[in-house]
Design a protein around this ligand. Structure first.
Ligand code: PLP
Length: 372
């Protein structure tokens, strides 16, 4: 069986995990947290970064930092993971779901503008598959209305838009280091902060609402309860694994791009739609998908691949018409017809660093044997 995903094990991961375990410093914000944070900011060029226990938690931090209140609205794509919405729903905010573009499957920038109201407090974009959203247009609309942009960059580490790293374009960006992501430590994430006004408060909110980080730096002689907050910092054990992964980033990306490129050229003559990467974007090889003509043929392809030992899968189910989406959110003008259509037609193929050439070949052969 060719698994859909196999978490990468970096060359120095065992060594760093042992070092962290034996150091006597396994709680958060230890030496490996500092190393991983430096590597991450070096990669993205964000002003600051705070490791978190997940991308979900980093998104929750953005909701707290933006002081969202019940009734505030947050514009986001319907075609995304539940955490993008839940983070704001937890504060009582209303997700306003907008459609995606039929080419990149990213949030439709024209729909964003149409969904803005006096209650809009944030625009959240998701760079699907690590292909950037139309950030010039979105940034212009956001600036015009004075609304901050949050990049849910769970897929986009290492990708760029017009030469600028994804994760450096919004007031905040959030990363995921879940085991399915390019860089992983099982469960993990980060909040990237590009608007310095939020940096000090972010540190406090992440540390249970205390100024413990300042205390550890020797800037205050005791730490106190300063604000709301929760426990969003990961153990230094996780940061040790993450450090090794980030050091191996180039290797990981080279291997993932090789698989992505192999699929892309092998399927060039097939009638099904392959991912679109606009000339303005350098993608992250996070995922590879095909769009079949309809749900029946998508399901048939998934069955066909499973019978040939290939674990393929569908992806996001629309949020706007999910039970919780209908309960907590609303749909922007024009609805989400593209999202409803493509969610039924999409097949994701196995893609991971370390995937052997013969495994890629087995997937390619199995897909090409499918007559639809
Ligand atoms: C776009 C997006 N945002 C957020 C998340 C949540 O990430 P995590 O599992 O690190 O909380 C995911 C998970 O796959 C995702 O795809």
């Amino acid at each position: 069986m060719i698994s859909f995903n196999r978490p990468f094990l970096a060359a120095r991961e065992r060594e760093y995990l042992t070092e962290a375990a034996e150091s006597g410093q396994t709680s958060g914000d230890g030496p490996f947290t500092r190393r991983a944070t430096e590597l991450l900011t070096g990669l993205v060029g964000s002003r600051a970064a705070l490791l978190t226990t997940s991308c979900t938690h980093a998104l929750e931090l953005t909701a707290l930092l933006l002081d969202l209140r019940p009734g505030d609205e947050v514009i986001m794509p319907s075609f995304t993971f539940v955490s993008t919405a839940n983070a704001y729903v937890l504060r009582g905010a209303v997700p306003v779901f907008v459609d995606c573009r039929p080419d990149t499957l990213n949030i439709d920038e024209r729909a964003v503008e149409a969904a803005i109201t006096v209650r809009t407090k944030a625009i959240v974009v998701v760079h699907y598959g690590g292909v950037a959203c139309e950030m010039d247009a979105i940034g212009k609309v956001a600036k015009h209305h004075g609304i901050p942009v949050v990049e849910d960059n769970a897929h986009g580490l290492g990708a760029a838009y017009r030469g600028r790293a994804l994760g450096s374009l919004g007031a905040f960006a959030t990363q995921s280091f879940h085991s399915t992501k390019n860089v992983q430590c099982g469960e993990g994430g980060a909040l990237l902060i590009n608007d310095e006004r939020f940096a000090e408060r972010a540190e406090i909110l992440r540390e249970k609402g205390t100024d413990r980080s300042r205390f550890f730096r020797g800037e205050v002689d005791k730490y106190r309860w300063m604000d709301v907050g929760s426990s969003y910092l990961p153990s230094d054990l996780l940061a040790a694994a993450l450090t090794a992964q980030l050091e191996a980033f180039e290797v990981i990306q080279r291997q993932r791009h090789a698989v992505w490129d192999a699929y892309h050229s092998a399927f060039a003559d097939l009638p099904w739609i392959r991912p679109t990467v606009p000339a303005t974007c350098a993608h992250s090889a996070h995922l590879y998908y095909l769009l079949l003509p309809d749900l029946a043929r998508r399901q048939a392809l998934l069955r066909h691949l499973a019978e040939r030992g290939v674990q393929a899968t569908f992806h996001y189910q629309p949020l706007h018409n999910a039970p919780a989406g209908e309960r907590f959110g609303r749909t922007g003008p024009g609805g989400c017809p593209v999202t409803e259509d493509i969610a039924d037609r999409l097949v994701r193929l196995p893609l991971y660093a370390g995937m052997a050439a013969h495994e890629v070949e087995q997937v390619v052969t199995a897909v090409r044997e499918f007559s639809g």
